[in-house]
Design a protein around this ligand. Structure first.
Ligand SMILES: *Cc1c(COP(=O)(O)O)cnc(C)c1O
Length: 392
């Protein structure tokens, strides 16, 4: 064995001993409300498939016809020969949806966040980042030379104290729109107020909100009625907007233009495949035309949160389809998820280090695909498992 393999093998054993080793579950079907896992049909409560568009027939058709018309791949980055009419159309569609001047596409939101901060900020500037921000924001900030501040999760007093202290040229507040372990929506209304008071910009990563949070699905800014006061929005096509992949930044045309000139994951990585682009256009068409989808998701969210609370579980978060059901004890949480799987309910247990110690939970994610019958079945299963494990 080479030295590196010996070292890594040890490290892998350490991860296994700590109980945080991840085994990937294999799903044997398309992404739906019901999927096959380990050869049996289970109810799926752990996908980011909020609007059920991941295997939507119109979106599938759009992707297939895009391959026929625009080809499979581009074999190029955007600025060489990788920009088709459809890429500009998708950028314009996102800009219109979010009421922003311009939009730039990336292969993922991870790349969008990775290429944002170092391009627009330098050492005269400062960035204020929520402590629970997504790994891609943390990495993006690491790459930039700005002064770095970290405020306590959604703690406006802490954020204000830090803003007060800074004399930086540009101040940028960066936050997740939704914190995905807790299902909480960031207080964007209070954040934009502080930003106005201290002449700061606001960047929101709305991956767990774009397409379904807010009356028209425009995200956490719309939810708080301050969408037009958010300066920079990053998000993904890999969750509600079809669930395949791709990401973007929407902002003023100057910000987007400088990203096109200098943002490294944009300049040095391949163009989005045509099938993805056209399918994402279709996703926006569906969302813009059919508000029933969004209201069904919110109905499901409201119903499930209420029922699970009624049977005695503690539930974290706001009115978001991420429903963290608090078990606290890590071992019980794993036992619970295994028992639920026996009842054909597929959910994921989260424990340390993904969430704080003694804060273990089962995270249920709802979709507009779920029927009330499926939700009732799940609530009953949670009830039975919770009773037999003495959790409720
Ligand atoms: C999922 C997610 C990302 C990553 O998006 P990808 O397009 O899959 O790279 C980034 N930020 C947040 C908050 C997310 O939830």
């Amino acid at each position: 064995m080479k030295k590196i393999d010996q070292i890594l093998k040890k490290e892998l054993e350490t991860i296994k001993n700590q109980g945080t080793y991840k085994n990937e579950r294999i799903i044997e079907t398309a992404q739906e409300d019901e999927i096959n896992v380990l050869g049996k049909k289970v109810l799926n409560f752990c996908a980011n498939n909020y609007l059920g568009l991941a295997n939507n027939s119109e979106i599938r058709k759009a992707a297939i016809s895009a391959i026929e018309q625009w080809g499979f791949g581009l074999g190029s980055v955007r600025f060489i020969c990788g920009t088709q009419t459809i890429h500009k159309e998708l950028e314009e569609t996102v800009s219109n949806f979010l009421n922003m001047e311009d939009t730039i596409l990336y292969s993922s939101c991870f790349d969008a966040n990775g290429g944002l901060f170092e391009t627009i900020l330098n050492k005269e500037d400062a960035v204020f980042s929520d402590e629970l921000n997504h790994a891609s924001i943390i990495d993006g900030i690491r790459l930039c030379k700005a002064q770095k501040y970290r405020y306590k999760n959604c703690d406006m007093v802490d954020l204000e104290n830090q803003l007060k202290e800074s004399t930086a040229r540009i101040k940028l507040i960066a936050t997740d729109g939704v914190f995905s372990m807790d299902g909480t929506i960031a207080p964007i209304d209070q954040i934009v107020k502080l930003a106005a008071k201290y002449d700061a910009l606001v960047m929101v990563d709305d991956c767990h909100a774009t397409g379904f949070i807010g009356l028209n699905g425009k995200g956490s800014g719309e939810h708080h009625n301050v969408l037009n006061q958010v300066d920079i929005i990053t998000s993904t096509f890999g969750k509600a907007l079809g669930g395949a992949s791709g990401g973007f930044v929407s902002a003023s045309s100057n910000i987007i233009n400088i990203l096109r000139q200098r943002s490294r994951p944009y300049l040095f990585s391949n163009s989005l495949a045509p099938a993805l682009v056209v399918a994402c256009l279709k996703a926006f068409e569906i969302i813009n035309n059919d508000n029933g989808l969004i209201s069904k998701l919110h109905e499901n969210t409201h119903y499930f949160r209420k029922k699970i609370h009624e049977i005695g579980f503690e539930v974290k978060g706001d009115s978001h389809p991420i429903v963290p059901i608090m078990i606290y004890d890590a071992k019980k949480t794993v036992a619970m998820s295994e028992m639920l799987l026996e009842k054909n309910i597929y959910v994921i247990p989260f424990s340390f280090p993904v969430v704080p110690k003694d804060q273990a939970r089962i995270r249920v994610q709802l979709s507009s695909l779920h029927t009330q019958q499926q939700l009732d079945y799940a609530v009953e299963a949670f009830h039975d498992c919770g009773k037999s494990l003495n959790i409720i």
